[in-house]
Design a protein around this ligand. Structure first.
Ligand code: C2O
Ligand code: CU
Ligand code: CU
Length: 476
């Protein structure tokens, strides 16, 4: 086995090859204002753009902040594609450290110029990512962020993250089409007096770094309007490094319509919505009132804090309910109906294999899966393409770990032996101390090596990641 072949690939040759194909790209659609990000939409089956990772001073809420940005924006530009589209991202690293791009939640190849987390783009270098969105890719809310092991928490906490939306079948349901769509990227920051991000303290390595400036789309408490009788579709992403969110909207229910990997079968009414780092959900909100303003609230919810860890790292500053956005009524219209059917979610077949994973931490603030810290030269889990597996994941540590798998989405079968109330496609599942979660996954379409890890990115950087090798019959 040539284990090193896929690792730390020097991209000199690859990027030179990619550059020869690099035409001047114009954003297909660009909107830019203080409140809306740059948006790049595919046109005629092709999304082509330049993306630059760079340090930049930006306005963050009411502060000037020295952050890490994509194209000078926090959050980064929103990319919108459709199933079957070709994507070409001419990426330039103007940071001082190596970086790369991971396409979180996309079902695309995990090697070559696609979702290759083993590739590094060094400072000053360019690389062209190229891949195709499969024609049968589900519609959903996905995102992109850096993924160089050891740098992920720092670069994400610096601001590097953007939405990647696949529009498809779900978006064509008439009730969904009629709804007003908004995107909410939640992300916390810590800023020193000069607008710089302070170095994380020791406890931050344990609980993950947390900032007291909780932003929504880079703003403090932005406002969204809703008409009486209207329907608001919120696409939510928790792009925080380690903050867990528990959201509620005053005097309204959420109607859950999609999770990480796409739609659920029917809307499910919820009063609160938990979003672990890396998770996405889509909800509908009915305009049931005539007027007024209603706060979207985040209630402190850090499982580590409930374990007594919070006070040790200044948890009190996160321990208050905060307003992350406001929904304001404006106007009225003939009432829009809640959709009854969304997209069926088919139960995955019985697994061929059940594997066990244990999440814990060791001496020296190392985070472990099955007793081992990440080693780029070790394959931890080898599976066969086109098979189904159950992964039984047990958290024997003291902190919650949002477990994430690249490339193939999964279904959560049970939590502590209790079946889930509805089927949903997920790629991140939060596992609290003492809990055991069973997830079911089918490895489809793409062979090769990728990773699974904890999405508290300080935990990932400090070892809580493993390499998954998906083998096809002809690669054995
Ligand atoms: Cu969003 Cu490997 O992660
Ligand atoms: Cu991911
Ligand atoms: Cu963790």
């Amino acid at each position: 086995m040539h284990r090193r072949n896929f690792l730390l690939l020097s991209i000199g040759a690859a990027s030179a090859a990619a550059l020869t194909q690099c035409a001047t790209s114009q954003p297909s659609t660009v909107q830019s204002s203080a409140t809306s990000p740059q948006i790049y939409r595919s046109q005629a089956g092709q999304l082509s753009l330049d993306l630059v990772a760079q340090a930049q001073t930006v306005q963050l809420g009411d502060r000037r902040a020295n952050l890490l940005t994509y194209n000078g924006q926090v959050p980064g530009p929103r990319l919108e594609v459709r199933p079957g589209d070709r994507v070409q991202i001419h990426f330039t690293n103007q940071l001082k450290q190596p970086t790369n791009l991971h396409y979180h939640g996309l079902h695309i190849p995990q090697d070559g110029t696609a979702d290759n987390v083993f590739l590094q783009v060094h400072p000053g270098e360019r690389y062209t990512y190229q891949f195709e969105i499969p024609a049968n890719h589900p519609a959903g809310t996905f995102w992109y962020h850096p993924h160089v092991h050891g740098q992920v928490a720092k670069q994400l906490f610096g601001g590097l993250a953007g939405l990647l939306v696949v529009r498809g079948e779900l978006d064509e349901i008439s009730e969904i089409q009629a709804a007003q769509e908004e995107f909410l990227v939640f992300k916390d920051f810590a800023l020193g007096a000069q607008g710089n991000i302070p170095a994380p303290g020791h406890m931050a390595y344990m609980t993950g770094r947390v900032g007291d400036l909780l932003t929504t789309n880079g703003q403090l408490n932005p406002q969204f309007t809703l008409a009486q009788g209207g329907l608001l579709r919120l696409r939510l992403l928790n792009a925080s490094v380690s903050r867990f969110l528990r959201l509620s909207l005053e005097a309204h229910s959420f109607y859950l319509m999609a999770t990480d990997g796409g739609a659920i079968a029917h809307p499910v009414e919820l009063e609160t919505l938990d979003l672990a780092p890396g998770e996405r959900t889509e909800v509908l909100i009915q305009g049931i009132h005539a007027s007024g303003q209603y706060r979207l609230l985040n209630t402190p919810f850090n499982p580590a804090q409930s374990m007594g860890m919070g006070r040790m790292h200044g948890g009190s500053r996160n321990a208050r309910t905060e307003t992350v956005a406001t929904v304001r009524y404006s106007g009225s219209r003939s009432p829009l109906a809640m959709p009854e059917q969304l997209i069926p979610v088919e139960l995955l077949p019985e697994p061929q294999i059940t594997r066990q994973f244990t999440l814990n931490h060791g001496a020296g603030m190392v985070f472990l899966i099955n007793g081992q810290a990440f080693d780029p030269d070790r394959v931890d889990t080898t599976v066969q393409l086109n098979t189904t597996e159950d992964w039984l994941i047990q958290n024997t540590g003291m902190m919650a770990h949002p477990f994430h798998v690249h490339v193939n989405k999964f279904q959560v079968m049970s939590r502590n032996g209790q079946p889930m109330p509805y089927l949903a496609w997920k790629d991140v599942v939060s596992i609290q101390p003492g809990e055991q979660v069973r997830l079911r996954m089918q490895f489809k379409d793409f062979s090769g090596k990728t990773v699974y890890h904890c999405h508290v990115l300080d935990h990932e950087d400090r070892g809580m990641m493993g390499i998954l090798d998906i083998q096809s019959a002809d690669s054995i």
